[in-house]
Design a protein around this ligand. Structure first.
Ligand code: CAO
Length: 564
């Protein structure tokens, strides 16, 4: 017997991808190419198979670890003589899978990068499948654009999936989609024509060039390139729930696809299980094979029904499990002209999450006002003093700091429900809803308790810019313990923010205005900030919520209290 180290093979330009699923345990006997773990970037998930057959002695990674090419992921005990590197996989042999994890052998060379685009007559650009390494005959499972859409360079056009990985294929050029050359279910390979664009005349991607040497960064236009450079934006396909959270969206599977590994999706397809209706029990809400099996059992035993079967049987309760009336079907065009527009990907993700949160959490909302007269004067003065630094302190920066103080005083607001247990967190990561052209997202200021208002404001500015540019990654949007949704820059008085599960409370703030406030002798002009605190009544009660708001108000009225 000999021991071999199994390493992450050449996975293109994936850098620092997170381990999201462990598929084998120490003691397990594994075969060559059996998947050992699943990794995930903002655009793709892929299973990393074993390079050898043997007994798994040790796993060197755990969930959440970041790995890159060459990272040792496991140690296998293999029969003596079998420890030498396996033959290099050919594209044909390695169909659809990540290259087998390497023990000692060098990574397989990606095939030459093909032309990502071809300039035709009249500014027409052909967009082709770029170098996708050893992937071959991958299926198109999602089309992300339609004719007439304007696309940017590196904007994802389609999602493809093999049995071991799924990935989005970005556009190599900017332009307007004239024609799509693939449909869902088509099988594509490197060099296949995906779409024809009417070029915008700007920003077309450089022609992918020479063959990429093994283990070196891929050429522009390859899939790996898109992982590292393209804007993750709403892509969040398979982005962990807590990661790509649009506003109030806690754990949302990315994109319109459920959060599951390609092999689980394949398994669900074979059984005809609608994955989007399966609740994931894996890390970050990931749907596992067991979840699919459990769902199937429930449906078969009559304990649950799919939305499709519920819709077919309105008498049995067309509102699915809730037993509600079916959604009204109206021919709107009968009443006047209409236009149909598909929802953006962010809206689709956030809609599903908002709906779940609204239905599943018993929300209560307390409204209050905070006197921020002195704080606003201090903020304005601070900004004047710091004019040259370029850092603008916003009211939201102070609110984040003030909320941390209130969360420390009322720890149940900084918790999550886990079955019959409350998970009280000793860290303070504050999410804030940010408006972007594609919809709302919730970047997170991490460890806000350890940062000053200047640093918080600076980070918020950077995160808000990333959000607007569609460049937030899962890490920027995960781990929030409490969220603030500020409409202060826009207007309004009060609103009811929806809790960003699995958080248990969210603070909404609206525009402050000067109001007459009675001081016992006379009315004083005070700048009042409207607060709207939504809380989960399973965890928090009304008295605590009122105290939380009152305490927050005291801090905002006299920020020195933060120091106490
Ligand atoms: N009262 C009065 N004025 C306020 C205010 C308040 N509560 N909050 C901010 N302002 C002012 C700011 O001082 C700033 O004014 P100046 O330009 O004169 O300095 C202006 O409004 C704009 O502020 P801002 O929006 O740039 O900064 P912010 O820190 O308040 O907000 C961000 C940053 C990213 C949260 C914001 O841009 C945003 O996206 N807000 C929308 C969030 C949202 O839609 N939430 C609803 C979710 S529910 O569907």
């Amino acid at each position: 017997m000999a021991l071999v180290e199994v390493k992450v093979p050449d996975i293109g330009d994936f850098k620092e991808v997170a381990v999201i699923e462990l598929l084998a345990l120490p003691g397990d006997t594994v075969k060559v190419e059996q998947s050992l773990l699943t990794v995930e970037s903002d655009k793709a998930s892929m299973e990393i198979p074993s390079s050898h057959a043997g007994v798994l002695k040790e796993l060197r990674v755990k969930l959440g670890d970041k790995v890159a090419e060459g990272t040792v992921i496991a140690v296998l005990e293999v029969p003596a003589g079998a420890a030498s590197p396996p033959p290099q996989p050919s594209a044909q042999k390695n169909e659809g899978a990540a290259a087998p994890a390497q023990a000692t052998a060098p990574a397989p060379s990606p095939s030459p990068a093909p032309a990502g685009q071809g300039q035709g007559e009249g500014g027409l650009i052909e967009v082709k499948v770029p170098d996708i390494g050893d992937f071959k005959d991958v299926s198109v499972i999602e089309i992300l654009v339609k004719p007439g859409d304007a696309v940017k360079v590196e904007q994802s056009l389609i999602t493809v999936e093999s049995d071991k990985a799924s990935m989005e294929i970005p556009s190599s050029a900017a332009g307007v989609v004239q024609e799509l050359k693939v449909k869902i279910g088509d099988v594509v390979n490197i060099g296949d024509l995906l779409a024809v664009l009417q070029g915008s005349g700007t920003a077309s991607a450089p022609e992918p060039a020479a063959p990429a040497p093994a283990a070196s960064p891929q050429q522009p236009g390859t899939i790996g390139d898109s992982y590292s450079q393209s804007a993750p934006a709403a892509t969040a396909d398979r982005v962990p729930p807590t990661a790509a959270l649009p506003p109030h969206q806690p754990a949302a599977p990315g994109g319109s696809l459920p959060h599951a590994s390609p092999s689980v999706r394949k398994f669900a397809r074979e059984l005809g299980v609608p994955l989007e209706e399966v609740k994931g029990s894996g890390p970050k809400g990931r749907i596992t094979q067991d979840d699919v099996q459990a769902f199937t059992k429930q449906v078969m035993s009559g304990q649950a029904q799919t939305k499709a079967s519920a819709a077919k049987a309105p008498a049995a309760g067309g509102g699915a499990a809730l037993g509600l009336l079916p959604w009204p079907k109206v021919d709107f065009a009968k009443f006047g002209p209409v236009e149909r527009k598909p929802l953006s990907r962010i809206k689709k993700i956030s809609g599903a999450n908002l709906h779940r949160n609204w239905v599943m959490i018993p929300h209560v909302c307390n409204h209050d006002d905070a006197d921020i007269t002195d704080l606003e004067a201090f903020r304005v003065a601070t900004n004047k003093e710091n004019e040259k630094s370029g850092i603008k302190v916003t009211m939201l920066g102070f609110l984040i700091k003030a909320c941390v103080a209130a969360l420390k005083k009322f720890p149940e607001f900084n918790s999550s429900l886990d079955g019959e247990e409350l998970v009280l967190k000793s860290y303070y990561h504050i999410g804030f809803a940010a408006d972007t052209p594609n919809g709302l997202v919730v970047p997170v200021v991490k460890d806000a308790d350890k940062k000053g208002v200047l640093q918080i404001s600076q980070e918020m500015g950077e995160l808000a810019k990333k959000a607007r540019d569609g460049k937030l990654g899962p890490a920027d949007m995960s781990g929030a313990t409490f969220t603030i949704s500020s409409l202060g820059g826009i207007g309004g008085r009060y609103f009811t923010p929806i809790i960003n599960a699995p958080e248990v409370a969210i603070l909404g703030v609206c525009r402050s205005r000067t109001e007459p406030v009675w001081d016992g002798k006379q009315f004083q002009p005070k700048l009042m900030l409207p607060l709207s605190l939504s809380w989960d009544h399973r965890v928090i009660d009304g008295a605590s919520a009122a105290r939380f708001n009152a305490y927050l108000g005291q801090i905002l009225a006299d920020f020195r209290r933060v120091l106490l």
